[in-house]
Design a protein around this ligand. Structure first.
Ligand SMILES: Cc1cc2nc3c(=O)[nH]c(=O)nc-3n(C[C@H](O)[C@H](O)[C@H](O)COP(=O)(O)OP(=O)(O)OC[C@H]3O[C@@H](n4cnc5c(N)ncnc54)[C@H](O)[C@@H]3O)c2cc1C
Length: 464
């Protein structure tokens, strides 16, 4: 056992699980670390064990794949080839440049007050993605949640975020969220999608190359129809209303240029707005290690290797593309890591997963072009709207930093306004601040992926 090379996999979603299974099956000792209390990630998020869900599969797609992953994980754990660490929040991965060995530093449990370090010969980052949150008047009212947050409440907590829900924004995630909420008993008053059918038709050849994905989309659409959910394509939420909590939203139709059509605004009463504008890769740990990004995602080669020796990345950290793509990438990364660690020849081109990856990446690129936030969204955010909720910085203050003080990048806007300086360190507001400031969304260059108690830092050996 001690002779098996050690691989630390951060993230137990589809990518991390596929990677861990592939590496463990090929002679590698794997430690699978995840912040959640169960494996599954976002797509296969499981209900808390204490809830005793009798039919968790009712909230899921591709349950058989999940069963295969779960059973594989159980087998490797029993055989001692995988150590699974749940409730471990990784705040930093450090590489010793002399030995090339890695230290994966994590905080334990919900309180996150104690630290633990996992040692490994190589690291595979499968940290997934997070939702892009864009501001509009009323977005901070209780009752406004992200689309993924609403789904997490349902899948993980078996609760509805409200009774009368509007699902809005843009992106393929809105379909399963609206369908899931409706099937679970919420009244979904409308699904408001800012993209139009024309954009989908425009990409028809690329999309049609993935009939399985199209069938999945059609399945959601059929469920929405069955539950009588109204779909408003080429519409957007322009404001959320309420005094102590959400009472209604105003939606408007969008013209060809993505601007609200005058006279098209209408009010929809609701107690919950589940809103999402797509996803962005989670790259904090990769950035700290010095991995190069390509746009907002970690750059990888054909074997899913980053440009830092001994670091692989897979799944949505390397580009948002769905669970099937994450599985394929994870499998390739796990196989490659095993081959490299054991000194055998990797052959990613010969693996079936490589062809799947190519197809699914093309599909994801086509979808990306269809689902983008409506043009000019930033111009429509009124000056008094709060953008950074940790530090209560308004859109007007961000504009002031750019127009009056000459800020031209996220970091300068932050220094001048405090936007992004609070608890979340810009993880939520950075895309919005960048949009308002008209500057690119650049890497945060945060040394830690999450807040760390001083005691944990002080307890580290001086060399680290
Ligand atoms: C909120 C949300 C909801 C989604 N719902 C759907 C859906 O309904 N249908 C669909 O097709 N796709 C959905 N997606 C897209 C979905 O995430 C992917 O298709 C798929 O789950 C990606 O797999 P992954 O393994 O790359 O990442 P994920 O499944 O996101 O897994 C990443 C894992 O890494 C862990 N992690 C991240 N950072 C750390 C850290 N610092 N320390 C420890 N652990 C860490 C997380 O806890 C998580 O378990 C959703 C995405 C999000 C963000």
């Amino acid at each position: 056992m001690t002779e098996r090379p050690r691989l630390a996999v951060v993230g137990a979603g589809p990518a991390g699980l596929a990677a861990a299974l592939a590496a463990a099956a090929r002679g590698v000792q794997v430690t699978l670390v995840d912040a959640a209390d169960q494996a599954g990630g976002q797509f296969y998020r499981q209900p808390a064990a204490a809830l005793g869900a009798r039919r968790p599969q009712a909230l899921h797609h591709q349950w058989r794949t999940w069963e295969r992953l779960r059973d594989g994980l159980d087998r490797h754990r029993t055989a001692g080839r995988i150590t699974q660490l749940t409730d471990h929040h990784v705040w930093c991965v450090a590489r010793d440049s002399a030995s090339g060995a890695f230290a994966v530093h994590a905080l334990l449990g919900p309180a996150q007050e104690d630290g633990v370090t996992v040692r490994a010969d190589a690291v595979l980052l499968a940290t997934g993605a997070y939702e892009r949150v864009l501001p509009f008047p009323g977005w901070t009212l209780p009752g406004v949640v992200t689309a993924g947050g609403a789904q997490a409440m349902l899948k993980g907590g078996l609760v509805l975020p409200g009774r009368r829900v509007v699902v809005a924004g843009t992106g393929p995630l809105l379909l399963p969220v609206a369908a899931g909420l409706a099937a679970a008993g919420a009244w979904v008053a409308a699904l408001v999608e800012s993209a139009g059918p024309g954009a989908l038709l425009h990409r028809a050849p690329a999309l049609a190359a993935q009939p399985g994905k199209l069938a999945e989309g059609a399945g959601y659409a059929a469920r929405l129809l069955r539950h009588g959910v109204r779909t408003l394509a080429r519409h957007t939420v322009v404001a959320a209303h309420g005094t102590d909590r959400l009472e209604a939203v105003t939606v408007a139709a969008l013209d060809r240029d993505g601007r609200p059509r005058p006279g098209s605004a209408r009010r929809i009463p609701c107690d919950t707005l589940a809103v999402g504008h797509g996803m962005l890769p989670h790259t904090d740990l990769a950035e700290t290690l010095g991995c190069t990004l390509s746009g907002t995602a970690v750059r990888v080669d054909a074997e899913q290797r980053t440009d830092v020796p001994g670091v692989w990345a897979a799944g949505e950290a390397t580009g948002v593309g769905g669970a099937a793509l994450a599985l394929a990438e994870g499998h390739i990364a796990g196989r490659s890591a095993a081959a490299r660690l054991r000194g055998t020849a990797p052959d990613p081109g010969g693996w079936g997963a490589a062809r799947t990856r190519t197809r699914l990446r093309a599909f994801a690129t086509a979808l990306d072009a269809v689902y983008a936030p409506p043009a000019g969204w930033a111009d429509r955010v009124p000056d008094e709207t709060v953008v950074c909720r940790c530090e209560e910085v308004t859109a007007g203050e961000v504009r002031g930093a750019v127009d009056s003080l000459g800020a031209g990048d996220l970091r300068t806007v932050k220094l001048l306004t405090r936007a992004g300086m609070g608890w979340c360190q810009g993880r939520m507001c950075a895309p919005a601040v960048a949009g308002l400031a008209g500057c690119p969304l650049t890497a945060g260059r945060r040394p830690f992926a999450r807040p760390v108690p001083l005691g944990v830092l002080a307890a580290l050996p001086e060399t680290e």
